[in-house]
Write a protein that binds this ligand. Structure first.
Ligand SMILES: C[S@@+](CC[C@H](N)C(=O)[O-])C[C@H]1O[C@@H](n2cnc3c(N)ncnc32)[C@H](O)[C@@H]1O
Length: 479
């Protein structure tokens, strides 16, 4: 276990050279100089707020047309690549108005979804207590710039410029996100060490044009509670000889880095969510394989391969709200579908008779079982497999034929196969659907409605301030 009182930079290396030191490590001074090339702020024009632009309709229009947002609120954490990156179109709109905008956006989508939902109440968007620095998991593309301002780096010997970021909208170019204001400081610090380390350890970067190079992207996840961080290098081939010195150096320099992994993915191929979940080619290079996070009063340990929510403080709030909506008296059977590492199951368990959690990821189920043990929860059973298959099996074996409450939190495309049929066979009084992609959720809600489950309200939660994303709790009851 690492000593978390020692967070931040280590001062163990005294070398000030920009080359690796005798042990192959790089110096703090080099790191700081590299970091200063990516300033956090930039000066921008502040345009006056105009009262007439503040109606919800205007906000929806402003974000969808992208033409001249007229309310700009400068705050000290302004992002220097706001427009280039494009991920946070409402970062410089006041937070109060971001919430109004998201509520209005949901109302519009509910209206558009048709007459099935037109009379359903849409509640106000619940705020995120962390408005900046809330993002605790991210996947970043690694790219190497070969020239800057007309100067070629290659012609100047071993100088290199490494970018970590996202593909620029509609262009095949990576925008380095600098010190990203919506990202936790821990992740921003690790990114700084990464840029320096990749450069000084001479790790080659994959270039789609030439189809050469080793490092494609990095997955980072960190804990708000302990700052423990796990890092995964996504590479084109297993090359531990190259990656191990870099991994050792980063783990030694940055005390929060708990474990560093390598994952091999075919060159240039996008890592789809199934591959991320299966993680067959995941190898631990240095350190330990778990980080510890806290939601509400419960402790959770996550491995690098299981699903981990992005905004921890808001996640605690959503779990607490789900538990409240379940109205449990201690006699109920609760079924938690797409249960991940067990967050909802474990939060609900103390108020229920029993909880059954299902997820297809073996890593998440392993984490969920461990998390139940850590929190001394004994009335939860987790099952691994596809939701529709496991529900059918549990029903056939008479292990699960009835439930009082079903909570489901599926991935982007919603429910597959006979999932909805199997849920309605359990005859729950309440169904709670937590959705990150409301447009695809309407399809499932229509099927629930056909089976007699009416949506009573939609409650949005601002999981990603500054961006257009939010999550929605849909509360359904049997009519
Ligand atoms: C949005 S996450 C749910 C997270 C979880 N509710 C939590 O609070 O951490 C979606 C989960 O669904 C799982 N999953 C995706 N497709 C599935 C399927 N067909 N059957 C079972 N689980 C699935 C993924 O492994 C992932 O853990």
């Amino acid at each position: 276990m690492k000593d978390f009182s020692k967070v931040g930079f280590s001062s163990r290396s005294s070398s000030s050279s920009s080359r690796p030191d005798k042990r192959g490590g790089f110096s703090d001074k080099t790191y700081r100089r590299d970091r200063d090339q990516y300033p956090e702020r930039d000066s921008r024009d502040v345009r006056p707020n105009r009262e007439k632009d503040r109606s919800p309709e205007n906000f929806v229009r402003l974000i969808t047309t992208k033409s001249g947002v007229s309310e700009r609120v400068m705050h000290e954490d302004q992002c220097r690549v706001l427009e280039k990156c494009g991920s946070c179109p409402s970062l410089d709109i006041s937070y109060k108005n971001q919430l109004i905008q998201k509520t209005a956006d949901l109302k519009l989508r509910v209206q558009k979804a048709g007459s099935d939902f037109s009379s359903v109440l849409v509640k106000d968007c619940v705020e995120s207590e962390d408005r900046l620095g809330y993002r605790h998991t991210v996947k970043l593309v690694v790219s190497e710039r070969l020239s800057l301002g007309g100067r070629s780096f290659q012609k100047e010997g071993n100088k290199r410029w490494i970018d970590l970021g996202f593909y620029r909208q509609s262009l095949n170019e990576v925008v380095d996100i600098g010190r990203c204001p919506i990202q936790s400081n821990t992740l921003n610090d690790v990114m700084g060490w990464l840029r320096t380390g990749i450069r000084l350890h001479n790790v080659s970067v994959y270039t789609p044009r030439n189809k050469t190079g080793l490092l494609q992207s990095v997955l980072l996840r960190t804990s708000r509670h302990t700052r423990q961080t796990l890092l995964t290098f996504i590479v084109t081939k297993a090359d531990l000889a190259t990656l191990r010195p870099l991994a050792r150096d980063i783990a030694e320099k940055y005390m929060n880095v708990q474990g560093i992994y390598m994952q091999v993915v075919a060159p240039g191929r996008t890592l789809n969510s199934d591959e991320e979940k299966q993680n067959e080619n995941l190898t631990l290079i240095v350190g330990q394989d778990l980080l510890e996070e806290k939601y509400g009063n419960f402790i959770f340990k996550f491995s690098a391969a299981s699903y981990m929510p992005v905004n921890p403080l808001l996640t605690s709030r959503i779990y607490a709200r789900i538990e409240e909506l379940m109205e449990l008296s201690g006699k109920e059977t609760v079924v938690d579908l797409f249960a991940g590492s067990g967050g909802i199951s474990i939060t609900a368990a103390p108020s229920a008779r029993e909880v059954i959690g299902i997820d297809c990821s073996p890593h998440s189920v392993k984490d969920a079982i461990r998390n139940a043990k850590i929190n001394e929860i004994k009335n939860v059973d987790f099952y691994e497999g596809k939701v529709d298959e496991v529900l059918a099996k549990l029903n056939a074996e008479k292990r699960l034929q009835k439930a009082d409450v079903v909570i489901l939190n599926p991935p982007r495309l919603g429910c597959e196969g006979k999932t909805i049929e199997h849920i309605t066979e359990l005859a729950p009084k309440t169904i709670i659907y937590l959705s990150s992609f409301i447009d695809t959720t309407f399809k499932d809600l229509k099927n629930f409605k056909k089976a007699g489950f009416e949506p009573e309200f939609f409650e949005p939660f601002d999981s990603s301030p500054g961006t257009l994303n939010y999550e929605v709790l849909c509360y359904l009851s049997k009519k």
